[in-house]
Design a protein around this ligand. Structure first.
Ligand SMILES: Nc1ncnc2c1ncn2[C@@H]1O[C@H](COP(=O)(O)OP(=O)(O)O)[C@@H](O)[C@H]1O
Ligand SMILES: [Mg+2]
Length: 242
């Protein structure tokens, strides 16, 4: 299976008083399946805006966001809202800065809900059991066996972040988009979450974009980019250089 994400010349502006503010200025990057591109940069430089464009939540003013998978090639920058919603469900795993889990659901239910979104109203028992098994397996993978039936309030910050990552993998995405997953965690838990993301990219072969403040882990990434005032520059090709 091969996946490639290629971002070319993406520009995004937001209205700002009478004028417009340029959040992304002709941004380009490329990441292959199983690889992680890290993005660093000061607050307000456009990192989250780039992730929003790549995960189809925001249309850029111009440029291309090409996702090539075995099932074909799609420009995410120009999809309709309906196409984008379906594509997000099937191909894109999104992890935001703060895990946005549903308070009333247990860990395993958070994952099961992801699979349900794309299904019809009536789901045969066999499919429901498969969904349940996959959810349990993923929670095990992120080190949460024994915690499957806890609700978010009963989990620590690190555990909630791991539920969020497992949930993003539920539909076996070809693209994984992760925004500052360690910002609310202490060093040790943050480290464990980064370990997990590295393992997930490797085992699930998703092309992964990781926005992070945490410079300590950058040497483990496949490539590192830096965003300043909406301009993205390749910092180093870590693995090639090292
Ligand atoms: N929805 C929005 N409307 C208007 N301006 C926004 C919006 N989202 C972000 N911005 C502005 O775009 C710039 C980039 O923001 P953002 O992508 O959130 O940066 P970062 O994630 O690097 O902190 C900032 O100047 C921010 O204020
Ligand atoms: Mg941000």
């Amino acid at each position: 299976m091969t996946t490639t994400l290629t971002v070319t010349d993406v520009t995004l502006t937001y209205p700002d008083g009478g004028g417009r503010i340029t959040a992304l200025d002709r941004v380009g990057l490329r990441v292959d399946g199983g690889r992680i591109a890290a993005i660093t940069g000061p607050s307000g430089s456009g990192k989250s805006s780039l992730l929003a464009v790549i995960s189809t939540l925001q249309h850029p003013d111009s440029g291309r966001v090409l996702l090539e998978t075995d099932s074909g090639s799609t420009d995410l920058a120009t999809m309709s809202r309906r196409e984008a919603a379906a594509l997000r469900r099937e191909e894109i795993g999104i992890v935001f800065q703060q895990p946005n889990l549903i308070a009333a659901l247990t860990a395993v239910e958070q994952l099961e809900v992801m699979a349900r979104l794309g299904q019809r109203l009536f789901v045969p028992g066999r499919v429901r059991r498969e969904t349940h098994t996959r959810a349990m397996d993923l929670l095990d993978l992120v080190g949460l066996s024994g915690h499957e039936h806890k609700r978010p309030a009963q989990l620590s910050g690190g555990q909630r972040q791991r539920v969020d990552i497992a949930r993003a993998l539920m539909n076996d995405p070809s693209l994984l988009v992760i925004d500052e997953p360690t910002s609310a965690l202490d060093t040790e838990r943050g480290s464990a979450v980064i370990d997990l993301i590295l393992r997930m990219a490797d085992e699930h072969h998703a092309a992964t974009l990781l926005v992070t403040h945490d410079r300590a882990h950058l040497h483990r990434m496949d490539s590192v980019y830096r965003m300043v005032d909406g301009v993205l520059t390749a910092e180093q090709d870590v693995k090639l250089a090292g």
